[in-house]
Design a protein around this ligand. Sequence first.
Ligand code: HEM
Length: 115
Amino acid sequence: MVTAAATFGRSGSHDFILLRASAIVMVLYTLFMAGFFLSTPDVTYEVWSGLFASIWMKVFTMLALSAVLIHGWIGIWQVSTDYVKAAGLRAFIQLVFSVGLIAVWLTGLFVLWGV
Ligand code: HEM
């Protein structure tokens, strides 16, 4: 079986599931953050760092950042293979997004580590 080296999952259907599952996690995190800001009138430094001090918030945030990594990785592969016909430019776009997504994930990990 021929598989594309730039995809994330083992197969197209695996990528399909990963894209949907990661979308659900991102939507849940977005709803949670919207709820937090709506229910917290005064978001001070203490309130904000207190929120991220708990282990469940760290885990939830790392799950959301992993979902961004997986979703963005698969998503940009799908969009670029559909719309960017020049192979060199497509590889460059995928490289920029992949490195950027990994940088976001690592930044989140180190920031959370310090809270
Ligand atoms: C680099 C950024 C992103 C890229 C390249 C991207 C790409 C994609 C692609 C290609 C699809 C599949 C569309 C289809 O098959 O019809 C998709 C679906 C989706 N994305 Fe994204 N996306 C990105 C960011 C986000 C973010 C930040 C969110 C939410 C906070 C999000 C939420 C969704 C949802 C809800 C779906 C629909 C899933 C479904 O059909 O069940 N995406 N995205």
